[in-house]
Design a binder for this molecule. Sequence first.
Ligand code: ATP
Ligand code: MG
Length: 370
Amino acid sequence: MLHLQNIRLINFKNYESLDLVFSPYANCILGENGSGKTNLLDAIHYLSLGKSAFSGSDNFNIRHGESYFALRGEFVKSEQQLQIQCMLERGKRKVLKQDGQPYERLSAHVGRFPSVMMTPYDTDLVREGSETRRSFFDNLISQTDTDYLQYLIQYRSIMRQRNHLLKNEGRIDYTLLDIYDAQIVPLAKSIAKIRADFTQDFKEVFQKHHNFLATDKEQVALKYRTHVEEDFETLLHDNRPQDIKLERSEKGIHKDDFKFLIASRSLKQFGSQGQQKTFVIALQLAKYDFIKMRTGLQPLLLLDDIFDKLDDYRMQRLTERISGGEFGQIFISDARPERTEQLFKNSEKVASQNNHFFYIHKGQLLEKSI
Ligand SMILES: Nc1ncnc2c1ncn2[C@@H]1O[C@H](COP(=O)(O)OP(=O)(O)OP(=O)(O)O)[C@@H](O)[C@H]1O
Ligand SMILES: [Mg+2]
């Protein structure tokens, strides 16, 4: 069992200072648009993964006009209490601590306190470029496989050096290029292998969730595409003239993609908004199950405004899921309090749990009810 007992935010986005004690079950974060619901979920995400759930500089999260932010949370993990702190001072390196001890590498924290966050931006996974999808799956795999994250970090570092080298117009140091490529090849192959094996297993879990949400009406598929195969050495080597011309590396796992299909066609081109949304919710629910299966821990489930755009049937299916009591600790935000209150107060299964309702207004807690 894993849960976050409490949190303290200081100068984090629109919060000057906030202390909350959470339920190990459902925590409903309610309040009007712009009150700070998403920000609070993001603070929890920081404690879980050492970073924001949204792209952009860490500095954006420091409250306007302040010089730092600080977050602190106490987790209970396998009956042990552990304190996580995350601090950022403008112009300095972010500091992450467990029980007062700073981590040497932030990456060591990833996977210890797993979480899955669903947000209205999730459909970017369908609509945007391959980088968004790679980062979703990298985040997922990293939370279950610590080697994977280390491979990725090493790969990115050598690729950066290789790209730097390629910018030395006409005066390429081929000896150094050989050295980089010799390091890149095994890393790329390991990463591609892990991604391929992962997709194989993940597909089934994903399919199960999709079937549940959409009742078999839609044929969907998830495919991993890479050009890192057995003879990747040759491909990388043969592409050197092109890489030198373009001054960047065109081949490697940083070009991989995960294809989303509906009825064998591109979900991006041919899926409706609701179908795209259903696809990504199934991805997120599958992510939850997958992390749980691999780590034995129930991730924190962060649900930010998830009911938007779903039709009644799908909304009801998702509600059934959430109120079915199969998840561990949940944080759910909604700008329409009645909807979420109803969900957690009327469902027999979950109403008996000790759920908490937080009413937020302009970065402050107005009221809490249990
Ligand atoms: N660094 C910052 N300093 C101060 N305020 C910030 C900072 N970053 C964001 N905000 C403010 O936080 C507020 C948005 O909070 P948030 O996105 O959490 O709202 P929300 O409750 O999720 O709203 P919605 O219901 O519209 O999703 C905005 O008013 C924004 O200006
Ligand atoms: Mg929001």
